[in-house]
Design a protein around this ligand. Structure first.
Ligand code: MG
Length: 317
């Protein structure tokens, strides 16, 4: 069935989706998948048209047992031409593991609040930036792209509302280390569009071009697509999303509700914004993966489309 495409003024013609399912998604799932399944998952995402797939994390397996096979996985994935496969690197030891494996893109993970920095990184914001400085410096010398994740950019469960000036200050310090991209995380999903616009305008005014900013929204309160639209209208062109809403399992203790890639694709396809990613293949992959995880995808779009054949599409093709 074809439901058509209707553009809206002020949106970019094309958006890059940073697919975070294999890393941010799977690390927050209680099930641990075999390395072969993860490799097939990544291959399916690339086959669906993704050009940016966050692959795994070199955080110590004690903290993230779901991704303990990072080296084995990275060694077996077949890297396609023109596709970037970033990995999360927490420190210099992680960077060395990444360099040994020929990783070309890394991500580092910071916090806009002291409370989350202490709990997640076990150090203050200043100490975490000191830890990142040599990682980013060495990675850039080696020609790597470095994505800076910044958590708790809108609200923090211990501190409440996070001041825009605090987020801008930490973000600017991370970019000054040499990071090539900044991903703003709404880690607990509390943002609403006015706040998104306020933060993006403040960041741009402080010297971070929005072409280098990505948004990472969680759908905990059902706000992820509203916030995405607001960010795109400000000039952002990279959006993080997780296949099938992985990492958002309502039964998992650490569920945080990543925006589902399929929900984002339905939204962007309807607006006529190009992504290069096939909704049909994405849904098929999420249904396939849900069988391996033993639970259905929390994505509304996957739920609406699964079982329907032929699949509904915007283009009718
Ligand atoms: Mg996330």
């Amino acid at each position: 069935m074809n439901y058509g495409r209707t553009p809206l003024d002020g949106l970019p013609p094309r958006v890059t989706i940073c697919e975070v399912g294999p890393r941010d998604g799977l690390q927050n799932e209680s099930a641990v998948l075999p390395v072969e399944v993860k490799a097939e998952f990544i291959a399916r995402l690339v086959d669906a048209g993704h050009s940016l797939v966050e692959t795994t994390s070199f955080v110590h397996p004690r903290w993230v047992p779901q991704l303990a096979d990072a080296e084995a996985l990275f060694a077996v994935i077949e890297r396609a031409e023109g596709v970037r496969y970033p990995v999360l690197v927490p420190n210099e030891r992680g960077l060395e593991r990444a360099l040994d494996l020929g990783v070309r893109d890394i991500a580092v993970f910071g916090s806009a609040t002291e409370s989350f920095a202490e709990r997640n990184l076990n150090r203050s914001i200043d100490e975490s930036l000191e830890m990142f400085a040599p990682v980013v410096g060495r990675a850039r010398e080696a020609g790597m792209a470095v994505r800076a994740y910044l958590s708790m950019c809108f609200g923090d469960p211990w501190e409440g509302e996070v001041p825009v000036r605090k987020v801008v200050e930490v973000a600017s310090r991370m970019m000054a280390l040499g990071c090539t991209e900044l991903s703003l995380g709404d880690t607990i999903g509390v943002a609403t569009p006015g706040r998104v616009v306020l933060l993006l305008k403040a960041l741009a005014a402080a010297g971070t071009p929005l072409e280098r900013v990505a948004v990472h929204f969680h759908d905990t309160y059902g706000q992820a697509l509203s916030n995405t639209l607001a960010a795109l209208q400000c000039g952002v062109t990279t959006v993080d999303a997780s296949a099938g809403g992985l990492g958002g399992c309502p039964y998992a203790r650490r569920a945080t509700g990543n925006l589902a890639t399929e929900d984002l694709l339905w939204h962007l396809d309807g607006l006529g914004v190009e992504t290069g990613v096939s909704l049909e293949k994405s849904v098929e992959t999420s249904v396939w993966l849900a069988e391996r995880l033993g639970r259905p995808s929390p994505s509304r779009t996957v739920a609406a489309l699964r079982g329907n054949r032929p699949i509904a599409s915007r283009s009718g093709t």
